[in-house]
Design a protein around this ligand. Sequence first.
Ligand code: NAD
Ligand code: LMR
Length: 329
Amino acid sequence: MTRTPVNVTVTGAAGQIGYALLFRIASGQLLGADVPVRLRLLEIPQGLKAAEGTAMELDDCAFPLLRGIDITDDPDTGFDGANVALLVGARPRTKGMERGDLLEANGGIFKPQGKAINDHAADDIKVLVVGNPANTNALIAQAAAPDVPGERFTAMTRLDHNRALSQLAARTGVPVSEIRRLTIWGNHSATQYPDVFHAEIAGKNAAEVVDDRTWLADTFIPTVAKRGAAIIEARGASSAASAANAAIDHVHTWVNGTAEGDWTSMGIPSDGSYGVAEGLISSFPVTCKDGVYKIVQGLDINEFSRTRIDASVKELEEEREAVRALGLI
Ligand code: NAD
Ligand code: LMR
């Protein structure tokens, strides 16, 4: 039986994350080794030529699952019939730019893209926002798409989740595959909170295995939360292959499910769980099944965690206020 190809739209396709992402999507790693895909590359006019070059290389890979590539600078065309949208292209902060300027510039990108998704995407559209500030950009796009169920708009904290897994594995000397139930809470920013209190290392409670709150507070949490800045410092450019890898993980898990007994972290619209103000796009522990995610309920939040979750949620509330004041939501 020939399956209908899934339409995957990637914005910022000519950027560095786009270059690390597209080949993996086309090879079947995003959705599955038996799922054909059609790629839509959305760029700004200055990026179109480079996107064409990337499309030539995609052709040259002769990927059996790749059923076509369209390149456009028109959001309405780019999201037409999209089943999955990866919103990677964003306005980076440049010298002299204030936080409000950055939010406003990104509003100019994510508002029209949200509207184009609303008007042209397929009914089963799933959206992942990667471009920073990812959580608030997702909020802007969601607000511009009132006909799309709000829970289809998500923001990427899987890179933070993967970073936390690696740091914990290195500290405890166990393979990443032995660690489960780790959580990133809050914003994809330096206020995020990587929580090991419910995590398990080879079946034992991770906080008890580590048994060192000073290491958690002074080394683990800041290392994970500031890893993006450390990569920029070391590479002279922000993370690209690891960000693309996390985007693949995020969508693959959302579509194909979490492993039995495990969960992952996704930035999703809050339903008020764990005291996170309703509507904020904040990272939670989630399980996924049949293309639907659910917040893991009933976790005890200790004082150490509560303070840190609240601080990150407060930052998200401030970002929401700022974009509200700008008329973006
Ligand atoms: P990049 O500058 O290499 O590429 C961005 C691309 O987006 C460019 O080709 C640009 O032309 C394009 N673009 C800009 N505006 C666009 C628009 N309106 N429509 C379509 N395309 C547009 O940047 P990058 O390294 O690929 O990073 C992209 C974004 O991802 C940045 O905002 C970065 O901060 C963010 N990021 C997020 C995470 C995360 O974990 N959430 C991790 C790493 C990077
Ligand atoms: C990252 O976490 O690597 C990025 O969000 C950093 C950045 O500012 O682009």
